[in-house]
Design a protein around this ligand. Structure first.
Ligand code: ATP
Ligand code: MG
Length: 424
């Protein structure tokens, strides 16, 4: 019986070696930048108790309603593959007592899981880079984490990213605004789509986030949060704008930007590109002053952002060449067991002396001709050749694979010093 070719689960991708160098390049620069702003790495489990996400993200959000990978484990406990990182970060800060009279600046990176409709820029397993600053009430830190993004775009040569900001206010005025929205949308009850109707009572702010074009005109005439801001939120938003102005970071105030999760308040923002079609949000963030207390910790103001790495890589490839993987510098070809033995010894010696230059040894023998073919395919610059004759003469052959010219013979005693000349 023929076995069917196995495939990945829909929306979950293999990341092949040819793209990894670019991923690593971006990750390396981002890590360098966030660490230069004082963020430290934290690594978290991919699985958490389902209730963590229900309680933090909110029951009436797309994520909790229909996108979570939730299972019962062998103990009949409901567990969920993390759909985002903020809830886990807040949980970890509480679990490990990281917030007792302390501020924390943390970053993490890894896969998230959401059962969405897969398409370009939208996957079921996707990767995020996340930062969270806990114990900071802003708006100085709000500005700093946005300015940090602007630095990344510059250093990564990412173009065409624009920043949208908004304030969702907090406390009682948020409730007041919520009631205004309910009153407004109730007037159009007959025109609301099913989702919006459901959200009318439970989470009217989320109606503003609707992607249904039929809802656009009703939404565009809805009351605007910025008109209802409490004095503190209003002041903070003004300071944030001044700090961004002063730092030369351009932005657009988008009063409809609400973000799809329940825990946000005050500052929210999104970096958006038009270069990637419909999936334009590259980095999204906001303040979540109430979340840590809601999860059982002491009341702690906090803010963070999440960046989609696939979208970042796609945007990078619009204006930049894909980064190539490290190629071997030498490819070592041998003939016969004594040569193989010598080859192993020499390869290790070259690795000791020239750790930056990769050397790949031919494995699985083969004729000189077929070994040299492999050497060429490996894109190495030089082939090192050890045959019976070389063993007899205590030499190796060195042949350039990229330039014309004869093979040169080098005595065993001089190998390292001669190689030093060509490598440097
Ligand atoms: P979108 O509006 O595109 O659905 P979102 O508001 O759901 O994005 P967040 O939950 O804020 O996104 O996640 C932060 C970032 O993670 C997004 O800005 C995006 O770059 C990336 N992202 C979110 N969902 C996906 C996905 N399914 N596949 C790939 N990247 C994603
Ligand atoms: Mg989404």
């Amino acid at each position: 019986m023929k076995i069917k070719k196995p495939s990945t689960i829909r929306g979950m991708n293999d990341l092949l070696p040819e793209v990894i160098a670019t991923w690593r390049h971006l990750e390396k620069i981002i890590i360098k930048i966030v660490e230069s702003y004082g963020f430290s790495e934290i690594r978290l489990p991919l699985l958490e108790r389902t209730e963590l996400f229900q309680r933090s993200i909110g029951a009436d959000t797309d994520i909790v309603e229909k996108e979570m990978y939730t299972f019962k484990d062998r103990n009949e406990k409901s567990i969920t593959l993390r759909p985002e990182a903020t809830a886990s970060m807040a949980r970890a800060a509480i679990t490990n007592g990281l917030l007792h009279n302390q501020q924390q600046k943390l970053w993490t990176m890894g896969p998230m899981f959401r059962y969405e409709k897969p398409q370009k820029g939208r996957y079921r397993q996707f990767y995020q880079f996340n930062i969270e600053a806990m114990g900071f009430s802003g708006p100085d830190i709000d500005a700093e984490i946005i300015i940090m993004c602007a630095r990344m775009w510059r250093l990564l040569n990412l173009k065409n990213l624009r920043l949208e900001i908004n304030s969702l206010g907090s406390g009682d005025t948020r409730k007041l605004y919520r009631n205004e929205l309910i009153t407004y949308f109730t007037k159009y009850k007959n025109n609301l789509d099913e989702n919006s109707l459901k959200r009318l009572e439970s989470n009217p702010l989320r109606i503003l986030d609707s992607k249904n074009p039929d809802m656009r005109s009703i939404i565009s005439n809805a009351p605007v949060m910025l008109d209802y801001l409490d004095p503190e939120s209003k002041k903070d938003f003004e300071v944030l704008k001044k700090l961004l102005d002063g730092s030369g970071v351009k932005y657009e105030v988008n009063p409809r930007l609400v973000r799809g999760l329940d825990y946000y308040n005050k500052t929210v923002f999104e970096w958006i590109t038009d270069d990637l079609g419909a999936q334009g949000a590259v980095c999204s963030g906001g303040r979540y002053d109430g979340l840590i207390e809601k999860l059982g910790g002491r009341s702690t103001p906090a803010i963070g952002w999440a960046m989609g790495i696939e979208r970042l890589v796609s945007l990078y490839e619009v204006d930049n060449k894909r980064i190539e993987n490290l190629k071997p510098y030498f490819y070592l070809v041998t003939d016969g067991n004594p040569a193989l033995l010598k080859g192993f010894e020499l390869a290790e010696e070259i690795r000791n002396n020239f750790p930056k230059n990769a050397i790949q040894m031919n494995m699985g023998a083969g004729s000189f001709k077929s070994q040299l073919k492999r050497a060429d395919k490996s894109q190495a610059i030089y082939a090192i050749i050890i045959g019976e004759e070389e063993i007899e003469n205590n030499t190796i052959g060195l042949k350039s694979l990229r330039a014309k010219g004869d093979q040169v013979e080098i005595h065993f005693d001089n190998i390292i010093s001669e190689i030093k000349c060509i490598v440097e």
